[in-house]
Design a protein around this ligand. Structure first.
Ligand code: EPZ
Length: 419
């Protein structure tokens, strides 16, 4: 398994380009199941493991997929299957997003129940209730759920108990291939949802209310092919901002959208970072030790749960004590124990962690447990004195494209070893 060897204590300086958004590209690529016509999706972070898994998922369902650089072309490869293979679903829970398109088009889909992961049980009950509101019946069969709608889905009103990103995306895709107007109440408002909505419009659906908690989708039974360019990855951008702040650096993130990161920028400014958004990117300068600033994660536009772990790394070095509350996932503090191995002072209890900032962290052997916990360890290692070895880098490779190359461009001493 690969490891990162990081010799920390160097200020990050320079510019780096943000890749396309993993969490927008995944649903958009899966949404190509809604049409038999060819689609071309650009600015896809094709080096990411989850994108490679999504390509394999589309091929296993009957699509022909060609990847060239950051461009992905999807074309029909004959009739589509209506079962997502378990070995892909267990690798990537976002495979459950194949249910919406297949159920809407064929009135039948067999979906393996995705297992949990390090950060939580990750149930799909909200997805299933959304499909039921559109007329689907569900039967559990082994580790699968069989969803059926013999006379196909009917446009209707979907009310989500929680603004689940995945359930919102599944409902939108199902509605896009269902004639009539469906309404999704308490929809998630993430920028990735809006990007999917714009893709569905290009396929021929009519979508309104994007970015709000009420999304209307007027679907059609025959959707056409299209071309789309994926938005930049706000979580990658936010991770780099936090790495720049933690090392007292001066960085320029080309392609980043500041509007998608307003909650994070607000907190970073409160911690003492100078942040200058400009057309086409974001600049950050950090001239002093960060101030302690507490955060609570919330669905968008609140502080993103995916940046909670890297934020905690920054707070480990802050002047003073801060509190980090995680309200989206039930078990997202696994990075705290690893940060403590580097000298961080953290007391995690339930969904709240109290962080007492220290002057310096020290390099150590640490282990990534999920994408963002791994990112947090990299941020801490870049700031720490001495050498850190980050193990199980495959977690990080799921969400960050060529991370070590990008960090080296900013002057970091990072190498990947295949131990
Ligand atoms: C998406 O996951 C992202 N993944 C996650 O990013 C992100 O952390 C999450 O949204 C929240 O922003 C992708 O977009 C591929 P949810 P998703 O449904 O859709 C509970 C990363 O690091 N829930 O909004 O799975 C769930 O357990 C990943 O890139 C139910 O209870 O998130 C969680 O506690 C990690 N029942 C909360 O809702 C359901 O049916 C939020 O989950 C669905 C969700």
């Amino acid at each position: 398994m690969d490891r990162f060897i990081i010799d920390g204590g160097r200020r990050l300086r320079g510019s780096v380009r943000v890749s396309g958004s993993k969490n927008a590209a995944l649903p958009i690529l899966i949404a190509t199941l809604l049409t038999d016509e060819p689609c071309r999706v650009d600015n896809v972070p094709t080096r990411l493991r989850d994108i490679k898994t999504t390509v394999r998922l589309l091929e296993s369902l009957g699509k022909k997929v060609a990847v060239k650089g950051s461009s992905v072309r999807v074309a029909s490869g004959g009739s589509l299957k209506t079962q997502a293979p378990y070995d892909l679903v267990k690798q990537m829970r976002a495979s459950v997003l194949a249910a919406g398109p297949l159920l809407a088009r064929f009135g039948l889909v067999r979906v393996p129940i995705p297992g949990g992961c390090a950060i939580g049980l990750r149930p799909i009950d909200i997805h299933l209730k959304a499909f039921a509101a559109l007329g689907a019946r569900e039967v559990a069969d082994g580790g699968d759920i069989i969803l059926s709608a013999p006379s196909l889905l009917k446009a209707g009103r979907v009310r989500l108990d929680f603004p689940s990103v995945g359930a919102t995306e599944n409902a939108m895709m199902a509605a896009a291939a269902t004639p009539g107007t469906s309404v999704i109440e308490n929809a998630a408002r993430e920028p990735e949802i809006a990007d999917l909505g714009r893709f569905l419009e290009r396929l021929g659906a009519r979508v309104s209310g994007l970015g709000s908690s009420r999304v209307r989708v007027r679907g059609a039974s025959a959707l056409k092919g299209c071309r789309h360019i994926v938005i930049p990855d706000r979580i990658e951008a936010g991770t780099f901002l936090l790495a720049g702040a933690a090392t007292g650096g001066e960085i320029d993130l080309k392609g980043a959208h500041a509007d998608d990161l307003s909650a994070v920028i607000l907190k970073l400014r409160a911690a003492g970072a100078e942040i200058k958004p400009y057309t086409g990117g974001i600049r950050l300068v950090m001239r002093r030790r960060p101030k302690a600033v507490s955060v609570t994660t919330l669905p968008y536009p609140g502080f993103p749960t995916d940046l909670q772990a890297p934020w905690m790394s920054l707070m480990c070095l802050a002047r003073g004590a801060s509190r980090v509350r995680e309200t989206v996932f039930e078990n997202r503090f696994l990075h705290a124990a690893e940060l403590a191995r580097m000298g961080a002072q953290i007391r995690a209890r339930g969904n709240e962690a109290r962080v007492a900032g220290v002057e310096r962290l020290s390099g150590a052997w640490v282990m990534a447990s999920d994408i963002r916990a791994g990112a947090a360890l990299v941020v801490a290692a870049l700031a720490a004195g001495g050498r850190t070895v980050v193990q199980r880098v495959y977690h990080i490779d799921r969400g960050y494209e060529r991370l070590e190359a990008k960090l080296r461009r900013l002057g970091a001493r990072v190498t990947r070893t295949n131990a």
